[in-house]
Each structure stands twice: as C-alpha cells, then as structure tokens.
Design a protein around this ligand. Structure first.
Ligand SMILES: *[C@@H]1O[C@H](CO)[C@@H](O)[C@H](O)[C@H]1NC(C)=O
Length: 138
C-alpha cells in the first residue's frame, strides 16, 4: 500500500482511489520503496507510519516522501515542486475518479501556492505539503 503515500496528498484520499490506480503504480513503487529505504535509512517504524497514511514525524520518514516524490518527478533534486508533472499526475489519477478531480486539483494548487509550507529542507517541504493537503480535506 506504500504506493499511495507518494502522491503528495493522495496520501489522505487513498480511500477514494481504487485497485486500478494501485495496479498502475505498484510495480514501480516496489522498486522505488526499496531504493528509498536504503537511501534514507528509514526505520521500520517510519515505514509503518507512512503505510498508515500518517505524515512522517522523523527526518528519515520525511525524506522517504522526498525520495519517492523525486522518483516520480514530482519534486526536483533541489527540492522544488515540479508543478507540470504534479498536475499531469493529478489528471491521470483523476481519469479513473472524475468526481474527485476538481476538489483535488484545487487543493494541490492552494498548497503549492502556500508560502508558509515552503522549507529549505526538501524533506520537510515534502511533509509540509502532505499536511497542508490533509488539513484541507478534513
Ligand atoms: C498554508 O499552510 C498552512 C500549514 O499547513 C495552513 O495552516 C494554512 O491554512 C495554509 N494556507 C492556505 C491559504 O492554504
């Protein structure tokens, strides 16, 4: 289930998405997850947190988000958000679930424009982004 965590705020709307979406990304996610655990040295506890759709509390957990986002081109190496690809991504996910599309797009847009979540540390920014989306979906 780790695949859902990556998609920025898909994290919090995982229930809105189906098996088709999971299948779409599953194969790549297995490889990426493994590589990112090695790179970030995330602990089993960090992974459990992510799998439970929690915003990571440790630096390693936050860096898992950044690492996965990078693998899917959602964040650039310097930590900035890759807006074009993020919206392409949102659109692709939404093809399968048109009813959530507009709300989702709006939330992503608002969080991308939110200066208060920006951070010099790309890992912290990745985690802040997820939290921002989560707050808006509540
Ligand atoms: C910006 O992000 C912060 C932290 O997540 C949040 O509290 C605030 O409501 C957001 N502001 C806007 C305009 O979305």
């Amino acid at each position: 289930m780790i695949q859902f965590v990556i998609f920025l705020c898909v994290l919090v709307s995982a229930n809105a998405f189906s098996k088709e979406v999971a299948d779409l990304f599953m194969t790549k996610m297995d490889q990426v997850g493994e590589a990112c655990i090695k790179e970030t040295k995330a602990s089993p506890d960090d992974i459990i947190e992510l799998l439970n759709y929690k915003v990571p509390t440790t630096q390693e957990g936050k860096c898992m988000l950044f690492c996965i986002n990078k693998a899917f081109n959602l964040q650039n190496d310097d930590g900035s958000a890759n807006k074009d690809d993020i919206f392409k991504f949102v659109d692709r996910l939404s093809e399968l679930h048109p009813h959530v599309h507009q709300q989702y797009r709006t939330i992503v847009e608002e969080c991308l424009n939110n200066d208060s979540i920006k951070d010099e540390d790309p890992c912290v920014f990745a985690a802040n982004f997820v939290r921002c989306c989560e707050e808006k979906l509540d």
